[in-house]
Design a protein around this ligand. Structure first.
Ligand SMILES: CC(C)(COP(=O)(O)OP(=O)(O)OC[C@H]1O[C@@H](n2cnc3c(N)ncnc32)[C@H](O)[C@@H]1OP(=O)(O)O)[C@@H](O)C(=O)NCCC(=O)NCCS
Length: 204
């Protein structure tokens, strides 16, 4: 496995969102998440699973997902963030309602030559294809780069149309694995970005 060479972040790039009003367009804004956001993140998480995975994961499993259990998972994730390096950001609509979120962390398997990971990204169906996903990925990449994690990996179910999103953002398939979800054996693909400069310079 090759060792990743670090480089100085943002030498010639536009200001990161944290320095330019978040790159926010009218109507939507992105901010860092806190543990208090756990219930709203859980709601988006569950609702988006139910729509995104309806043709992949059995309906009964999706129907049984619990907002409360998911909120507890997210609280634990925030409480353990100092150890794991996990962070999250949320997208809010003009009413301040959380309609999407993304999370990042150092790459978790240690088996890939990528230093950062986009560990989750979910946007309510009604708000998809409006550029929010691109903004959230840029925000996660910005935070990874601020921690000197200058490359990024993620895992996505092979049958998820989100693969097209990652390809549109310049990701390349760099691995695959089998995973069991809801008792079903599924294939996941790893998409990788060798460096983050392309993602960080997205026009928002
Ligand atoms: C995947 C997801 C995060 C993308 O976010 P989004 O806000 O919908 O995407 P954007 O509007 O930023 O899309 C940027 C570009 O990606 C491409 N793209 C996004 N979704 C796509 C899709 N379903 N099919 C084909 N291309 C897609 C397009 O080129 C799009 O640009 P365009 O709309 O101008 O054509 C979002 O749709 C989502 O939450 N999906 C359900 C949950 C999910 O699958 N999460 C990923 C788990 S690994």
């Amino acid at each position: 496995m090759k060792k990743q060479t670090n480089f100085s972040p943002f030498p010639t790039l536009p200001l990161p969102p944290s320095l330019n009003n978040g790159g926010n367009q009218p109507g939507f804004s992105i901010r860092s998440a806190t543990i208090d956001d756990a219930p709203a993140i859980a709601r988006v998480n569950v609702d988006t699973w139910r729509t995104a995975y309806r043709n992949i994961i059995p309906a009964a499993f999706l129907a049984n997902l619990s907002y409360e259990a998911r909120a507890n998972n997210w609280r634990e994730i925030f409480l353990d963030a100092k150890n794991t390096g996990v962070f999250a950001c949320v997208a809010e609509n003009e009413s301040g309602k959380i309609i999407g979120f993304a999370a990042g962390c150092p790459e978790r398997t240690g088996k890939y030559d990528y230093r950062g990971e986009l560990s989750a990204i979910y946007i309510l169906e009604a708000y998809q294809r409006q550029g929010i996903g691109r903004k959230l990925v840029r925000e996660v990449a910005t935070k990874l780069a601020e921690s000197n994690l200058n490359s990024m990996l993620l895992w996505v179910l092979e049958d998820n149309s989100a693969c097209k999103f990652y390809e549109a953002l310049g990701g390349e398939i760099v691995g695959d694995r089998e995973t069991v979800r809801a008792g079903i054996l599924l294939k996941e693909l790893a998409y990788g970005w060798r460096e983050l400069s392309g993602v960080l310079s997205f026009e928002l």
